[in-house]
Design a protein around this ligand. Structure first.
Ligand SMILES: C[S@@+](CC[C@H](N)C(=O)[O-])C[C@H]1O[C@@H](n2cnc3c(N)ncnc32)[C@H](O)[C@@H]1O
Length: 207
């Protein structure tokens, strides 16, 4: 267990309220599509910020590599009444059977995943045919803009501070290229203008 993982888990716990203010309304709307009783896999759930937005009677497989996130994640799942199994795996090799999930979730995770194409292939593998992948991710600013240059400039320091997060990653394009049958993506801004991790994309991809 590295010190940076411990530090990042503490930071995530402290940022719960801010996250809710930035993304809460959008999550409530996005996750409306999750029907009760479903088998849902969440990659990189962190301390469980999404749990209050999920129907209580889903069965959640939470795949989170940072062990310092696990205790707050389990506590929050219990408080929200969500039947959650926490796995210490990574999105690139999901510890789940093929076609075993009705839905998958990812919020602000793919920026930190080492092999995004592989992680998305894994999400597709574990979804049943017709299953849906719900996501909110921050993405690279448009090429040639001052924001994109700033993202590149701060990236080395940002990656060290924020557990490997890459502010300039074209995650929306990677989701479109991942082989889903249908992809709906909306681009939006959240956070202050000086925040390097904006703009964002939110949407649903169907297998
Ligand atoms: C910025 S946090 C986001 C946490 C939470 N999803 C949220 O919306 O606040 C990124 C999370 O992704 C996790 N993560 C990093 N690499 C990962 C990987 N390869 N597979 C799954 N999760 C990963 C981190 O441990 C962390 O919990």
């Amino acid at each position: 267990m590295s010190l940076s993982q411990r530090y990042f888990a503490a930071l995530m716990r402290l940022s719960d309220g801010a996250q809710e203010r930035l993304y809460g309304e959008r999550k409530a709307h996005l996750f409306e599509g999750l029907a009760p009783g479903r088998r849902v896999v969440e990659i990189g759930p962190g301390t469980g910020v999404n749990l209050p937005h999920l129907p209580a009677d889903i069965r959640l497989a939470a795949v989170e590599p940072n062990p310092h996130m696990h205790p707050p994640l389990r506590r929050k799942a219990e408080a929200c009444g969500v039947d959650a199994t926490v796995h210490a795996g990574r999105a690139e090799a999901l510890p789940l059977e093929t076609a075993s999930a009705d839905a998958a979730i990812s919020t602000l995770v793919l920026c930190s995943v080492d092999d995004v194409a592989r992680a998305l292939a894994e999400v597709r593998r574990v979804l049943r045919p017709g299953g849906r992948f719900y996501f909110i991710e921050h993405v690279a600013a448009r090429a040639g803009t001052a924001r994109r240059r700033a993202q590149r400039l701060v990236k080395p320091a940002w990656r060290r501070l924020a557990d490997g997060c890459r502010p300039d990653q074209a995650t929306g394009a990677l989701i479109r290229q991942a082989g889903f049958a249908e992809v709906e993506i909306e681009r939006f801004h959240a956070g202050g203008v000086l925040n390097p991790v904006r703009p964002h994309v939110a949407g649903v991809a169907a297998k």
